[in-house]
Design a protein around this ligand. Structure first.
Ligand code: PLP
Length: 391
């Protein structure tokens, strides 16, 4: 038999790989006119026309006052801390992407990890006060999976102790609560437009701030501290978003509502199909009035026939690449685990969630058939276990 035919047959049998996410990309031909404009203007960066357009358009779309674009979300986090001159200790969550705490270390700040709430997996306000010391200057919570933090309770504590609040809002693009955009809370909020996020500019990020003066300081900090050709007012970094990324953002904005609507459909389908599956618990929806369905986390409980890691492995055998967000906890990484606050005994809710969570694939191009295939794999395990008990 011809070897290449065999390989083709195998490839045909093999189902398409499904990753936890797939970046949203508009049709390429729609982007070409934007590239033509950049080629014509020869303005590639340094706050060019697309950069200015995207800042205005995002303020309008998100319903926020001021926004400064960045090359990525991590530089935006690092710069947000610089903008408010945060130092000493900052209270944060261990249940996040590692960049949250890394932004503190890059500023020479000591992270102090505090446990999360069981229903949102966001920083637990009831546990913050006990972690405050004379060195504490700020709180850095995360709107995990786009579910809003208890912003009122956090602000109350911040006001009582004169602390700054910087939200890592990397998951929270477009999320609204009863009072409007979730990004309007705290002193600053930081977005990521990384390829894997709900709204992507390939790489990108932004800081949302409430007043023009802070926006100006942030704009100086992201451009080496330059105010004009000969004046440097701060030891700034190069955090600027390029014109290509900003132009792509303008195009993405035309597609975002459609992309978010498809995510909502997938979320609803998962919830309906998984509702009666024993041992699989969907994270309840948070307090948002408008969600972005950026992730679809489930908790694999002890009454499910497989452990979380066994299910993760089973999915991989079937070409489904679900991800364990967030495992390990940030506090378990080598540069953090020596901190007293990294002790798992003080972080039982985060540790428990980290051992049970699995984020199922969710992205606009995921079709209903693929959602059903993913759910069927889960249900097959339950049926197999029931058959085993009956035999
Ligand atoms: C993605 C992400 C970041 C980092 O953003 P980049 O744009 O990739 O630098 C920070 N925090 C959280 C919670 C994230 O998910």
């Amino acid at each position: 038999m011809n070897a290449s035919i065999t390989a083709e047959a195998v490839a045909a049998l093999r189902q398409e790989r499904i990753y936890v996410t797939q970046p949203y990309l508009p049709p390429l031909e729609e982007f070409l006119p934007y590239l033509q404009q950049i080629w014509d203007s020869k303005t590639l960066t340094n706050g060019g026309p697309f950069h200015q357009q995207l800042e205005r358009a995002l303020c309008e779309y998100l319903g926020v006052q001021h926004l400064a674009l960045f090359a990525n979300g991590t530089l935006a986090l690092v710069t947000a801390l610089q903008a408010l001159r945060v130092s000493g200790e900052v209270i944060t969550t261990p249940y996040s992407f590692v960049a949250t705490a890394h932004s503190l270390l890059w500023n020479g700040i000591k992270p102090v990890f505090v446990d999360v709430e069981p229903h949102t997996l966001n920083l637990d306000p009831a546990k913050i006060e006990a972690a405050i010391t004379p060195h504490t200057t700020a709180i850095m919570p995360v709107h995990c999976y786009g579910n809003p933090c208890d912003v009122e309770a956090i602000q109350k504590i911040a006001d009582n102790y004169n602390l700054r609040v910087i939200y890592d809002a990397a998951h929270a693009f477009g999320v609204q609560t009863q009072t409007g955009s979730v990004l309007a809370h705290g002193d600053l909020s930081v977005l990521s437009f990384h390829a894997t996020k709900v709204f992507n500019t390939f790489e990108g990020g932004a800081i949302i701030c409430p007043d023009a003066k802070t926006k100006q300081r942030i704009d100086h900090l992201k451009n080496f501290g330059f105010v004009d050709e000969v004046t440097v007012v701060a030891p700034g970094i190069n955090g600027k978003m390029s014109e290509i990324n900003a132009a792509f953002g303008m195009l993405q904005l035309q597609h975002i509502d459609k992309a978010l609507a498809r995510r909502a459909e997938i979320d609803a389908r998962y919830r309906a199909l998984l509702a009666d599956v024993p041992g699989i618990r969907c994270l309840p929806r948070g307090s948002q009035t408008v969600a972005n369905h950026s992730y679809f986390p489930v908790l694999v409980e002890s009454d499910f026939p497989l452990t979380r890691d066994e299910l993760y492995q089973k999915f991989r055998e079937h070409d489904i690449y679900a991800r364990r967000y967030f495992h390990p906890l940030i506090s378990d990484f080598p540069m953090y685990r020596g901190l007293p606050s990294a002790n798992r005994e003080h972080l039982p809710v985060a540790a428990d969630a980290s051992s049970k969570v699995l984020c199922l694939p969710i992205f606009p191009a995921l079709d209903d058939g693929s959602v059903d295939r993913i759910v069927d794999l889960i249900k097959r395990e339950v049926r197999a276990a029931v058959a085993l008990v009956a035999a």
